[in-house]
Design a protein around this ligand. Structure first.
Ligand code: MN
Length: 499
């Protein structure tokens, strides 16, 4: 776990203020203080299960965000986040004192608040509420992640069934959403905190496996890092940072499951991360690493020219290193690193120079992503179960012959692609060329494929067998709709239905 997320014992506003001073102006600090005073007064006399005064909880949530150098308005809303729900003070009073914007965020969190249902129903209700909240104001989710992280840190006094439920919900809903929004730091934090409560035995097993690996390999990796650094310097590439990054336990666990716990098939338990000043240096550094050590075929990944759908950028390569051992390198700039850690929250994140990393509202890539999610989800509540699957699957990028990018779930097919473009293209699709080769319609597409759909204008409609292999909710529902229409047409030809 990253050390900076350890919250000091008996946290005070002074601790928060020390963090804020690193990137905030004096006026901002005053604003945060008034939010703290207001919340402390409202929660006066309340305690949590661990006997701490209640205010420690919102203060800790704010502290986590301050360590991420998040904008002070979000910090103030985090301090106030439980006031309307748990105290006699209303949202109107918050609006009067702190303005419409802050009250709007706090109101968004209150709306997320209590869940009515249990079991699967609850899961969907929760998911639906999150999507709505995200679509309305992403800042609500940023606070919700910090709130959830602190709840996980203080889960010990809760009864075991509640511990399990909260941790599972964090693993299955909160962490994937953080990931989809590109907030790698929150995703990692939420997973590491939940993992031991959901899979206690597997957690222990994974941890001891990783610890053993690290204690065995650390001296070797140190030497490799030194050698890489020397070689890069000798070629006039400035190395801003070079270090071993441990794979986080929950993602290691998922990979171990995929590979039947054969640890020698996992090459990134510790990967070597190299940070260089700019884009050109990334590619130059990759070339130098490859000159030094031979790369494994098919393991060079250019996430700079083709970022992951959550925005992740880096060059990855796996090489036969000293003594023939296999080592993964990840090469990136500082900016790419911050983007990967903060994702959409970078819009409210202050960098080392005290500047907003990205100006809000200017770069609307993430907003478009949200608008898409909102449209899909809100229009089709009934298909939520399927959309949930769509949303959380790993994504790939493929291209139209004109070079337009289409993102699909992993293993998506030409039929998914066709329906993504237009329902009529899907209904009339009769074949496909992938990278200039004719392949069958059920062939899983791969990242970077160029997909050219062959349309047959005389085709009557989709083949029901397509349902066996399509991966997107859109394709599935179009195929079903076309089948139903066909049935209706057939019935109508037999019976005079209606007029
Ligand atoms: Mn809370």
């Amino acid at each position: 776990m990253k050390k900076k997320f350890i919250i000091p014992k008996d946290l005070t506003f002074g601790d928060l203020s020390r963090e804020l001073k690193k990137y905030c102006r004096a006026a901002d600090l005053e604003f945060a203080r008034s939010a703290y005073d207001f919340a402390a007064k409202a929660h006066k006399g309340q305690t949590r299960l661990n006997k701490e005064p209640y205010i420690i909880h919102p203060l800790s949530s704010a502290y986590i965000l301050a360590q991420m150098r998040i904008d002070v308005h979000i910090i103030a809303a985090a301090l106030l986040h439980d006031v309307p729900e748990d105290t006699g003070v209303t949202l109107e009073e918050i609006e009067k004192k702190f303005g419409k914007d802050i009250a709007g965020i706090v109101g968004g969190i209150t709306k997320l608040g209590k869940l009515k249902y249990r079991g699967a129903e609850r899961y969907l209700e929760n998911l639906r509420k999150m999507f709505v909240a995200m679509a309305e104001d992403i800042r609500v989710m940023i606070i919700k992640f910090a709130d959830r992280a602190h709840n996980l840190m203080t889960l010990a006094p809760q009864p075991p069934n509640k511990q399990y439920r909260i941790a599972l919900e964090s693993l299955e809903i909160y962490a994937p959403i953080a990931n989809r929004l590109g907030m790698g730091e929150f995703k990692g934090l939420l997973e590491e905190l939940s993992f031991p409560y959901v899979f206690p035995k597997e957690f222990e097993k994974t941890k001891s496996m990783r610890d053993n690996f690290i204690s065995g390999e650390a001296p070797y990796l140190e030497k490799v890092i030194e050698k890489a650094r020397e070689e890069l310097n000798a070629n006039d590439i400035k190395v801003l940072d070079a270090h071993g990054r441990k794979k986080q336990l929950y993602s290691l666990f998922k990979k171990l499951q995929q590979k039947n716990w054969e640890t020698d098939k996992i090459h990134d338990i510790v990967a070597i991360r190299i940070v260089v000043p700019d884009l050109n240096d990334c590619y130059a550094a990759l070339g130098i690493i490859h000159k030094l050590w031979r790369p494994l075929k098919g393991r060079i990944k250019d996430y700079i020219s083709q970022p992951k759908p959550n925005g992740y950028k880096s060059l990855h390569t796996t090489v036969f290193c000293e003594k023939g051992k296999v080592v993964e390198f990840q090469i990136r700039t500082q900016e790419m690193h911050e983007e990967a850690e903060y994702g959409v929250s970078a819009h409210w994140h202050y960098d080392e120079k005290g500047k907003i990393s990205k100006k809000p509202a200017k770069d609307i890539g993430w907003a478009q992503e949200l608008a898409k999610v909102q449209k899909e989800v809100l229009n089709k509540m009934s298909d939520l179960e399927e959309l949930k699957i769509d949303f959380f699957q790993n994504r790939i990028f493929v291209f139209t012959p004109n070079g337009d990018v289409i993102d699909l779930p992993e293993n998506g097919t030409a039929v998914d692609f066709a329906y993504h473009i237009h329902s009529e293209i899907g209904n009339k699709c009769s074949g496909v060329r992938v990278n200039d080769q004719m392949v069958s319609l059920d062939t899983p597409l791969k990242n970077g494929d160029v997909v050219d759909i062959i349309v047959d204008q005389n085709r009557k409609g989709p083949n029901p067998d397509w349902l066996k292999f399509v991966k997107t909710a859109a394709a599935r529902s179009h195929i079903k709709a076309a089948m139903n229409a066909k049935k209706r047409g057939w019935l109508e030809s037999l019976l005079p239905l209606g007029k």
